[in-house]
Design a protein around this ligand. Structure first.
Ligand code: HEC
Length: 161
C-alpha cells in the first residue's frame, strides 16, 4: 500500500474541512431562512384583521346566548327573560346596520330604547376585567371589532324567503 505524502494528506484534509465548512454555512443559511419565514408567518397571524379579532371575541363571550351562528340558540338562551336576539337579522329588523348604537348596546353604556332587560351583559366592564384592559380606547376598539364581525354575518333577506 502506498502511503500518502504528509503534505498531500494535509491538503486533502483541508479540502475536506472546506467542504464541511461550506455545507455547514449553507445549512445555517437555510435555517436562517426558515426562521425568517417562521417569524413572518407569526407576524402575519398576529396581525389579525378587525373582523377576525371580533370573531374571536364573539366566540369567547357571546355564543352562550346568541349561538355560534348568531341566531340566538346559545346554551343559556332558554334561561333568559327575553330571548337573545338573532344577530344575523339586525340589518333586516332595523333597516340599517347602526354601528354606533350596536357598539353602545354591546358596551352597555347607554340605555337604548327597547333594550336593557338586564339579560344582556354590559361588556365594557366585563372586557376590562376578563381581558385586563385598562385603556378605554382599547375596549372601544375591541367592541368595534365585534360590530365589524357582526356586520359580516348580516342576512340580505329573511330566511325562507
Ligand atoms: C347572557 C346572555 C347574553 C350574552 C352572553 C350576550 N348577549 Fe347580546 N343579547 C342578549 C339578550 C337577551 C338580548 C336582547 C335583549 C336586550 O337587548 O337587552 C341581546 C341583544 C343583543 C344585541 C342587540 C341586537 C339588536 O338587533 O337589537 C346585540 C348587538 C348583542 N346582544 C350583542 C352581543 C354581543 C356582541 C355579545 C358578546 C360580547 C353578547 N351580545 C352576549 C343576551 C346576551
Amino acid at each position: 500500500m502506498m502511503s500518502m505524502h504528509p503534505f498531500r494528506r494535509l491538503i486533502t484534509v483541508m479540502m475536506g474541512l472546506g467542504v464541511l465548512f461550506f455545507l455547514a454555512l449553507s445549512c445555517n443559511n437555510n435555517a436562517n431562512e426558515a426562521a425568517a419565514t417562521e417569524t413572518e408567518a407569526v407576524a402575519e397571524s398576529t396581525a389579525k384583521t378587525p373582523v377576525q379579532e371580533g370573531y374571536e371575541f364573539y366566540m369567547s363571550y357571546c355564543t352562550m346566548c346568541h349561538g355560534e351562528d348568531g341566531k340566538g340558540g346559545g346554551v343559556l338562551a332558554d334561561s333568559l327573560k327575553m330571548p337573545p336576539l338573532d344577530l344575523t337579522t339586525i340589518t333586516l329588523r332595523r333597516a340599517e346596520f347602526p354601528k354606533d348604537i350596536l357598539a353602545k348596546i354591546i358596551a352597555g353604556v347607554e340605555d337604548v330604547p327597547g333594550h336593557g332587560t338586564g339579560d344582556m351583559p354590559a361588556w365594557q366592564e366585563t372586557f376590562k376585567e376578563a381581558e385586563r384592559i385598562t385603556d378605554d380606547a382599547v375596549i372601544t376598539e375591541k367592541i368595534n371589532n365585534i360590530v365589524a364581525y357582526l356586520e359580516t354575518i348580516q342576512l340580505d333577506e329573511w330566511p325562507g324567503e
